[in-house]
Write a protein that binds this ligand. Structure first.
Ligand SMILES: Cc1cc2nc3c(=O)[nH]c(=O)nc-3n(C[C@H](O)[C@H](O)[C@H](O)COP(=O)(O)OP(=O)(O)OC[C@H]3O[C@@H](n4cnc5c(N)ncnc54)[C@H](O)[C@@H]3O)c2cc1C
Length: 296
């Protein structure tokens, strides 16, 4: 009952999992696992361990009902190497504890992120924050990579020049770009880790942080497999419906209507579609949600 040892997690402790071109994630340590979640949840009844199936069902119940505190009893610590522009997005998750390499204390290493050709795409037409799904042709991609490589090299040369001039490291580093790699220890409890994963595995999140989130998901699975499975089932693969959307589902099930596009009724964007409380836009979003299984 005391210290939880999870053999699958023990087997990967300290192993480096590569992310992007030079980044990595290592699981440094963990506290608790599925067992700790059920122990914490059952402490009020003084009940002991039950079968794996019963424990997994309890975890699933807790997750479905957002009984979150037992998940906070599980803590994971990662060592992560990541480009600064990814770190800037990552650090917004305030519920973690972070120790980052200090550019005031150490001379930063000459390590920059270089996107692979298939990650180089024009600005998206329909997503102001993202890039299009079709990458540039090989020639343009090579040209872009050359520009990025020249920029990184020139920045690092300037940085070294300033250091060699005797300028303090803490101010010399302002010459360095966002593609520079940094490293940190990142510790977070399982409840907040799942929130991080929900936000950063979503297709709206930037591709590079999504790649880190995918690796974190797999490492988390080794520590708490039943909780991770429930999280995938209910949160990652599930969607939320509003009251009017639920009403629409009931209406369709009751009359057996096919999931046809709402455009035939041609209501105005802000007007309810015929026999539905949803406007045309809301109906389109609702149907897209049903088709894709994505939260929109
Ligand atoms: C796809 C995407 C696009 C984004 N775009 C932008 C953008 O353009 N600009 C931008 O600035 N940010 C952007 N963000 C960051 C986003 O707004 C959040 O800051 C980030 O996702 C962290 O979420 P969080 O606050 O829920 O996480 P955490 O900081 O881990 O917090 C978890 C939860 O704890 C609670 N909490 C924690 N700290 C506090 C506090 N101090 N006060 C009150 N409640 C607290 C909140 O309920 C919070 O939801 C984006 C995020 C995503 C995923």
């Amino acid at each position: 009952m005391a210290h939880c040892i999870v053999p699958e997690a023990e087997a990967i402790l300290d192993k480096e999992f590569k992310v992007l071109d030079r980044g990595f994630i290592r699981l440094v340590d963990y506290l608790g696992g599925d067992q700790r979640i059920v122990q914490a949840a059952r402490v009020s009844y003084g009940e002991g361990t039950k079968s794996y199936r019963e424990d997994a069902a309890l975890i699933d119940y807790l997750l479905r009902h957002e009984h979150t505190s037992p998940f906070e009893q599980v803590v994971l610590t990662f060592h992560i190497k990541l480009p600064i522009f990814v770190a800037r997005q990552w650090i917004r998750h305030r519920t973690a504890r972070v120790n980052e390499i200090s550019g005031r204390y150490s001379v930063m290493r000459d390590e920059f992120f270089m996107p692979a050709p298939d990650a180089l795409a024009p600005q998206s037409d329909d997503n102001k924050q993202g890039r299009a799904s079709t990458p540039f042709d090989d020639r343009t991609a090579t040209q872009i990579q050359e520009i990025l490589a020249e920029g990184s090299k020139a920045s690092y040369d300037r940085y070294k020049e300033l250091i060699d001039l005797g300028l303090a490291r803490e101010i010399s580093r302002i010459a360095l770009p966002l593609s520079l790699y940094t490293e940190w220890y990142w510790q977070i409890d399982l409840h907040n880790l799942f929130r991080f994963l929900m936000l950063r595995l979503d297709t709206h999140a930037q591709r590079e942080i999504r790649e880190y989130a995918s690796t974190i998901l797999e490492l988390t699975r080794t520590v708490a497999p039943a909780a991770t499975e429930s999280f995938e089932r209910h949160t990652l693969q599930g969607v939320r419906f509003s009251g009017p959307e639920i009403e629409e589902i009931r209406r369709r099930l009751a009359i057996g209507t096919e999931l046809a596009p709402a455009t035939s009724a041609a209501p105005q964007d802000s007007q309810p579609a015929s026999s539905s409380r949803l406007s045309k836009k809301e109906l389109e979003r609702f149907e897209e949600k049903l088709k894709t299984g994505r939260q929109l």
